[in-house]
Design a protein around this ligand. Sequence first.
Ligand code: HEM
Length: 478
Amino acid sequence: MTTSPGTAAAPGSGAAGPPPAPEGSGLPVVGSILDFRRDILRAMHRGWRDHGDLVRYRLGPVVVHGVSGPELAAEVLTDSAAFGKLGADNPLRLILGEGLLTSDDHESWMRNRRMMQPIYTKQAIARMYQSMAASTAAQVEHMARGHRSGDVVDIHGEMMRVTLDIVSRCMFSTDVEQTRDGIGPEAVEVAVNYAFDRLQNPFSLPARWPTRRNRRFRRVMAGIDSMTYGIIAERRAAASAGTVRGDGAPDLLDMLLDVRDADTGEGMSDREVRDEVITTFGAGHETTAITLTWAFYLLSRHREVLRRVQAEVDEVLGDAMPTPADLAAMPYALQVFEEALRLYPSAPIVPRLARQDTVLGGHTVPAGSRLLVNLYNIHRHERHWDDPERFDPDRFSTEGRRGRHRFAHMPFGAGPHLCIGKHFALMEAHLLLAALVRRYEFRHVPAHRVVNQASITLRPRHGMEMTVHTRSRAARAG
Ligand code: HEM
């Protein structure tokens, strides 16, 4: 896929009419469904290149607008009165219920967001450093035990493993082995693929019909629910009995059970806690794992950048695991992650529903139509990025950031729904990147085909095969 100049539809130009639509994409009945199912990013990239920052598509009966410029994205994401979350037919709700990510009820979303915000501040997240560091150390150990230098490893699988472990430890104070039967990698995969398929295809058979696929999905969800409600019940019982768990340090679940509405003093119901727990698992591990995978891929293709990160990490860490203070002393490692998020935003499309007829970029957007804010296109927009396809972490140095449009880089979204887990993800990724670069060099296996697969996330379709090379002390010294 090449980068497009993407001309913006000039705001206020002429009488408001519908945005341009790709010619010929409108197959009778299905519209662009087949193109979108084949490769949604490619289809939207083509639409953007040919028609500009606002493009109208039809997916069967559903009208969808592709939004590919930061200016228009700013309007969409900051105006939640005009553009809300998808409604009750959002297939993600089949998994996440009405947690923060999928709730379309503004009042209850705001109440829960206010209650949960303090759990996710930078300071609060810093208290989870020990859990993240324990997982990271276990991952480094696991790779040392499981692989000899030169072995081929699927780095994507490894990153999924460690980020799932981190979210399990931070949420439940248990490692992933203890939650595998409920929220294991296979369960997450089945559930996410199922929901994404329904998201793209309005002609999917009703979820309640007993098809093989529906039954499989329901089985997976039953496992996830039974595990989650079981743990919630145990915690509530322990709290009423005054039992102190483990070292007494609260985990995310303790905090969710403890939050109170400032006005009413009420906490969350079991159902609400369940929805937020599953949302955290769903939103909070694959996204980080994928970006780390792309970061290691990019590093293996850009040796000069790799040498710079290695030099930074070696100088700050020597032979030790990173402490929080060390992270602050390794800004370049974080810049690598941010640049990987630019080129491969792990949640590439942010959907919204037009709640009312609106004029956007000089065009009418009718109530009931959908908007897909396309971060992949925005992050490659030539009005905002010099040589957008080039991997260059210096774009995120203090100097490099200067003067950039606030919405030109928004892998965590923007506006009131900005990712609540942003600090969690950045701390975790920074720590993992530094700890792994210190011990290993990953080299992409040239014969391995790297293909984007945009589902809800932007995964490498065939994983990421890389050889693992243990870095010797001598190499690290210089
Ligand atoms: C690199 C990692 C991550 C990326 C790229 C990412 C991306 C995003 C994006 C783009 C949104 C906005 C969705 C929208 O506006 O509709 C979002 C929302 C959200 N994210 Fe993340 N996320 C990441 C990690 C996390 C983590 C670690 C957690 C939890 C610990 C998390 C929890 C959430 C939640 C709950 C929301 C919904 C917020 C709301 O609507 O109030 N995310 N994320």
